[in-house]
Design a protein around this ligand. Sequence first.
Ligand SMILES: Nc1ncnc2c1ncn2[C@@H]1O[C@H](COP(=O)(O)OP(=O)(O)OP(=O)(O)O)[C@@H](O)[C@H]1O
Ligand SMILES: [Mg+2]
Length: 529
Amino acid sequence: MDIIKTINLTKEFGPLVANNHINLTVKENEVKAIVGENGAGKSTLMNMLYGLIKPTSGEIYVENELVALRSPNDAISRGIGMVHQHFKLVPSLTVFENILLGVEINKEVTIGNKKIRLPGINRHKELEVVKNLIDKYELNINPDDEVKKLSIGAKQKVEILKMLYRQVKILIFDEPTAVLTPQEILVFYTMLRNLKAKGTTIILITHKLQEVIDISDSVTVIKKGKVVANLATKNTTKKQLAQLMVGRDVLLNVSKTYADYHNQESVYRLEHVSTINRNGVEVVSDVSLNLHRGEIVGIAGVEGNGQSELLDLMSGLLQSTQGKVFLHNQDITNVLPEKLRKKHMAFIPEDRYEQGLCRDMTICDNMIAGYHDSDDICHMGFISAKKKMDKAERLATKYDIRLNSLKDKISSLSGGNAQKVIIAREFASDPDILIAAQPTRGVDIGAIEYIHKSLLDLQNHGKSILLVSSELSEIMSLSDRILVMYKGRIIGQLDAKNASREEVGYLMMGIIDNKEGGSEHESQNVIDE
Ligand SMILES: Nc1ncnc2c1ncn2[C@@H]1O[C@H](COP(=O)(O)OP(=O)(O)OP(=O)(O)O)[C@@H](O)[C@H]1O
Ligand SMILES: [Mg+2]
């Protein structure tokens, strides 16, 4: 049975047609993947199915019945649930409280043929319901835990539980694995299989083509707001999907010439730096590293082992409690980000909305933020509106940022296009040193290819890059040297040319001496000289 069917579903934002007569069919109990470039209209389509935005025209059928979905509550009552990429949980509440939030005052019971809204809930009974769901779907989570203490993977489980508790039959995931660690991704796949086995229909938006091949039954390709292909997954390949999405062959792996960094001068150096997080816990401990001219150093590690804080420290956002940082032998310890930018350092932060962009500003202003006083647009303290606009236009074209108007707020951009704004801005500053965290998170394969090529191009021009990524393949294919962080320390380094995934994987688990049988100990630092 077709559990969801859309007919000529269309959404316009002013002159921009984000969804153009979309005919989508989802079969009951299948895993349907939706792929397409950044800005193709995937999230827009899903937001209409979840009642978050209203179609301009067209029809939605759920189980062969024409529906008008005016709100997420409407969608949920039709059995459609959604897990967003940016979770919508209340951190100070427990898992159980989050699950019930919004339901507790609306709980309806039927007595005879009358429906009555109950003012409260039977906590004990509902807790049993939640516990049964946790067991049934093997979610392995404690309902009494506070959400703020949970990992990202666990928070995602709470979002899923929230939907299951509301008895949805169809679950939409918008880029669910973009923010998960490789380990969490495996858990997520198991969870999906469980959901499917118990009868749930799944719609999955993803940029990871291997994921499409591994877990979906069918795939729909969207390009510029239109459906361009419907395929059975078993009859397609990553190459074909890439071609359909982008309209040309995409290099899924870039080729790299390795830098001979040993002979190059050191341009940036950390000497025994440590730092603490907001709770006063030491999260970076005695880290030393050397970045040479023309070298890409990748920092690998399971998320939460200090990489984020190390990057914040290098970007001037976190103060070090110990140790020194040098740029061309000049002490720059605890220098603020704006000063570092003036010294030709550039930063691509991990969380694009928290640290990389200002939601309330226009796309144009975000495109120059941090570099607004550079000579090309600013003269004697005054920014030229025309030059600013010209520059933003040039960058939008060069980086293929799909937008309506540069004067729109940045929040109107699709996720991947927002990331491209940061990439464009930071690359345009022509930095000597680039500190890049998760540079391709949420961007489409065509853009990944472009960003990877641009990083290598920067390197070929003698610039140095520090790269943190949870995509091990990204670290392995771009770096000259790989450092692995574990529990706040750098516990090993490898020449990327000869390194294997297994070797890096062992180090990521804190195992340093795997050749001698896998003894686990936390080492002192390895410093490259
Ligand atoms: N609220 C809005 N106002 C104006 N334009 C919007 C709005 N929401 C989306 N758009 C535009 O609609 C188009 C489709 O966006 P959408 O978020 O659906 O893309 P997407 O396929 O999910 O991309 P990504 O892979 O980057 O997440 C984009 O050009 C985007 O800028
Ligand atoms: Mg999207």
